[in-house]
Write a new protein. Structure first.
Length: 660
C-alpha cells in the first residue's frame, strides 16, 4: 500500500511568489531522473527489473520481426546486465533531423525516438513510445552500446543519460552483427537494490517460450548461481507455450489428458494469438498473459477475448449434448483452477500505462475470441468423451459457486433481519454479497461515522460507529459482556460468533479495521477493541483479519505543498526534512469527524493511498499464553499490575522507546 504521508511534490518557486522564474523546463532525459515513477512505475524492485525487461524486449522485437535468432543475457557480480542479439543492429548513420548526432545517440538520449511508430521497421513490437532504452540510459550510472553493422563495430558510452563522447568506429566485425547494451542501474535512483538472478532467469526462460524461433542464452557470475539459477543455460522451445504448459503441469492429473493449445493468425495481417490451456485437478490455477512478448499481469482485452471464447464454447457444447444447465455457466466457472498462457502479437497495441501491465486495445478482444473459439469448438467436438469430461467438471465448479452464493445470501439475510431489530441506523453495510475484498470500519462516534460513510467505497466498505470507549472485556464478567449493547452490535455485524462458536466461514468481511482518532483517547479506544478481539475472537486476530487505520493528526501546508503527519514526532520530521526553512501552516485534526470526507478518504480509507497496520500474533506467541499474560497485566482487574508496568518503563518514555 502506498503511504500518502510525505509524498506530495515540491514546489519549484518560493511559497510566496509565482512568476516566470518559477517555471522549469526539463530537457533531455532530466524528466526521467526527476520523476522515474512516471516511466517505470517507481523505484522499487519491480521498477528495477523493468529496466532489464525494456532492453530484453528490444532484442525480442528484432527476433519477432525475423531479424534475430539468438539473444544472450549476462548478469555480472557488479549488478551490471548485458543483453546481446544478432539482429540488424541499431542504426549508426547520422540522423537527418539532428546534424552531428548518430541515430544511435538520438535513440539513447531522446524520449519518444525509435523505429516503432509507423510500423515500417517492426510489424509488431513491445515498444510504443520510444522511451524504453532511453529511460534505461537515464537511470544508469553507465550504459555502453556496441553495434556490429555492415562488418564494422561501433561503440558509444553514456552516463546518467548523457553521451560521454561521440559514436566511435572501433574495428572490423566481419562475422558479427547485432546490438549489445550493457548498463549498471544508478544507486542514486534505486539505492542498494540489486538484480535478482532468479527473477531474470525466469524472464529469460519465459521469453524463449513466447517465441519458438528464438534461442536465448543465459549466463551469470558464478557467485550469483544457485540450485535454481544455473551459471549457464540455453533455452529454445519449438513447441512454444504448449511446451511451457506441459512442463508447468508435470505429472499432475488433469480433467482432460490433452491440453487445449493452438495458434492462429488474425485477419489481414493484424497479428496472431497463441494459447495453451489446461484444467488440472486440485489446482488453484495460474494465468499468464502477454502482448508482443510483454507480460501483462493485469490481463486486459486479450484476456477478455479468451474468457469469452472458452465460456461461449463450453455453453454451446452443453447445448449440443443436451445439457440444459450449461446455459448458466459463467466465465469464472470456466477459469476457476485453470492453468493457461496466452500470447498475442498485434500492431500498435495500447496499454494502460508505460509499465504495460494491462492491454487496452479494443480490437484484441474481438481478434482473440474469433481465433480461439473455432479451435475450442473442434477441441470439444472432435473427442466427445473429452468434451463431456470438461463440461462435467465445469458444471461442478458452477454448482460450488451457486452453493456458496446461496449460503452467503442466507447469512446476509439473517444478519439483515437482525440488524433491523438491533442496529437501526448504526451499521451502514456495503453492497457486495461476497466477503472477499470487503472491509468493516469501526469508527468512534456518529460524527466520524458520517464522514466515513461519505468517504467510503459503497461496494466494499461498511461503517459501524460505536459510542465512545467500549467495555473493557478483560476486567468484565461474562454477564456484563453479554449485556453490553456496543459489543452485541459488533458481534452481530461480524456474524462469525465468539470463542468456541467462532466460524471463519461466517465472517462477513475480509478485513476489520479499527479507525479511531489519532490522539490518546483514540489509542485507548483502539486498545479496548483489540482486547475484545483478542479475548473473544482470537482466531480473527491470528488469521490476519484485524487492522489499525493510520489517520493523520496534523495537516502541514507550505505554498502548494501539503503533507499529513501521523503524530508529533512525524510532524517534526516533516518540518525538518520536507519544509526546511519554510513557513509552515499547521492544522491539527481534533478528530476524524473534523476531517472532510475527501481528506478522510485520501489519507485513511482509500486502498491506493492509505497505510494500515495489521494486528496479529508473533510466531513466538503461537501458544497465546505470553500475550494473554500481558493483556491481563495491562487490561485486567488488578490496577497494581498496570502501575508496576508503567513505573518500570517510565524512563523510556522520553526516548520514545517503550518495548512491550
Amino acid at each position: 500500500m502506498t503511504d500518502l504521508f510525505g509524498s506530495s511534490p515540491s514546489p519549484t518557486g518560493t511559497p510566496d511568489s509565482y512568476d516566470a522564474s518559477s517555471i522549469e523546463v526539463l530537457e533531455g532525459l532530466e524528466p526521467v531522473r526527476r520523476r522515474p515513477g512516471m516511466y517505470i512505475g517507481g523505484t522499487d524492485e519491480r521498477a528495477l527489473h523493468h529496466l532489464a525487461a525494456e532492453v530484453i524486449d528490444n532484442s525480442m522485437d528484432e527476433a519477432v520481426a525475423g531479424h534475430a535468432s539468438r539473444i544472450e543475457i549476462v548478469l555480472d557480480a557488479g549488478n551490471r546486465l548485458t543483453v546481446t542479439d544478432n539482429g540488424r543492429g541499431m542504426p549508426v548513420d547520422p540522423h537527418p533531423k539532428y546534424p552531428g548526432k548518430s541515430a544511435l545517440e538520438v535513440i539513447l538520449t531522446m524520449l519518444h525516438s525509435g523505429g516503432k511508430f509507423e510500423g515500417k521497421a517492426y510489424a509488431t513490437s513491445g515498444g510504443l513510445h520510444g522511451v524504453g532504452v532511453s529511460v534505461v540510459n537515464a537511470l544508469s550510472t553507465e550504459t555502453v552500446v556496441e553495434v556490429a553493422r555492415d562488418k564494422k563495430l561501433y561503440r558509444q558510452v553514456f552516463a546518467r543519460g548523457l553521451a560521454q563522447g561521440p559514436l566511435e568506429e572501433v574495428g572490423a566485425a566481419p562475422n558479427r552483427r547485432g546490438t549489445t547494451v550493457s548498463f549498471h542501474p544508478d544507486p542514486e535512483i534505486f539505492g542498494e537494490l540489486r538484480f535478482e538472478p532468479a527473477r531474470l532467469y525466469r524472464l529469460a526462460r519465459s521469453k524463449a517460450y513466447l517465441f519458438a524461433g528464438v534461442e536465448i542464452r543465459w549466463r551469470c557470475d558464478p557467485s550469483l548461481a544457485s540450485p535454481d539459477v544455473p551459471e549457464q543455460a540455453t533455452f529454445q522451445f519449438p513447441g512454444g507455450l504448449a511446451d511451457h504448459l506441459a512442463e508447468q503441469i508435470g505429472d499432475r492429473p488433469a480433467v482432460t489428458n490433452q491440453p487445449f493449445a493452438g495458434r492462429q493468425d488474425f485477419p489481414d495481417g493484424q497479428g496472431s494469438a497463441e494459447w495453451a490451456v489446461a484444467w488440472p485437478l486440485y489446482s488453484d490455477g495460474s494465468e499468464s498473459y502477454y502482448c508482443n512478448t510483454i507480460p501483462t499481469p493485469d490481463g486486459g482485452t486479450h484476456e477478455a477475448g479468451l474468457r469469452a471464447a472458452l465460456s461461449k464454447g463450453i455453453r454451446a457444447f452443453g447445448e449440443l449434448v443436451g445439457n440444459k444447465r450449461a446455459k448458466d455457466i459463467t466465465p469464472d466457472d470456466v477459469m476457476n483452477g485453470v492453468e493457461l498462457m496466452l500470447s498475442v502479437f498485434i500492431r500498435n497495441p495500447h496499454f494502460q500505462s508505460q509499465t504495460k501491465d494491462r492491454l487496452t486495445s479494443l480490437e484484441a478482444a474481438r481478434f482473440v475470441e474469433a481465433a480461439v473459439r473455432d479451435h475450442f469448438d473442434h477441441y470439444l467436438a472432435d473427442n466427445m468423451d473429452r468434451g463431456r469430461a470438461l463440461l462435467g467438471s465445469i458444471i461442478e465448479r458452477m454448482d460450488e459457486r451457486l452453493k456458496r452464493r446461496a449460503e452467503r445470501e442466507v447469512k446476509r439475510k439473517t444478519a439483515t433481519s437482525a440488524r433491523k431489530l438491533r442496529l437501526p441506523g448504526k451499521l451502514t453495510d456495503c453492497a457486495s454479497d461476497d466477503p472477499e475484498g470487503t472491509e468493516l470500519f469501526i469508527v468512534e462516534g456518529d460524527s466520524a461515522g458520517g464522514s466515513a460513510k461519505q468517504a467510503r467505497n459503497r461496494k466494499t466498505q461498511a461503517i459501524l460507529p460505536i459510542r465512545g470507549k467500549i467495555l473493557n472485556v478483560a476486567s468484565a464478567t461474562a454477564d456484563k459482556i453479554r449485556a453490553n449493547s456496543e459489543i452485541a452490535d459488533l458481534q452481530l455485524a461480524l456474524g462469525c460468533g465468539i470463542r468456541d462458536k467462532w466460524d471463519e466461514a461466517a465472517l462477513r468481511y475480509e478485513r476489520i479495521i479499527i479507525m479511531t482518532d489519532a490522539d490518546v483517547d483514540g489509542a485507548h479506544i483502539a486498545t479496548l477493541l483489540m482486547t475484545f478481539f483478542f479475548q473473544e475472537m482470537p482466531e480473527l486476530v491470528r488469521r490476519g483479519h484485524l487492522y489499525l487505520a493510520q489517520p493523520p493528526l496534523y495537516r502541514l501546508t507550505a505554498g502548494n505543498k501539503t503533507l499529513y503527519a501521523r503524530d508529533d514526532a512525524h510532524r517534526a520530521e516533516l518540518e525538518r526534512k520536507e519544509f526546511k526553512g519554510k513557513k509552515v501552516e499547521v492544522s491539527r485534526f481534533k478528530g476524524l469527524g473534523e476531517m472532510n470526507p475527501s481528506q478522510l478518504k485520501e489519507t485513511t480509507m482509500d486502498p491506493a493511498t492509505r497505510s494500515m497496520l495489521r494486528v496479529t500474533l508473533p510466531s513466538q506467541y503461537e501458544d497465546r499464553q505470553p500475550v494473554k499474560d500481558l493483556v491481563e497485566r495491562l487490561m485486567g482487574k488488578n490496577p497494581e499490575h498496570r502501575f508496576a508496568f508503567i513505573q518500570s518503563r517510565a524512563a523510556a518514555v522520553e526516548d520514545d522507546a517503550i518495548d512491550v
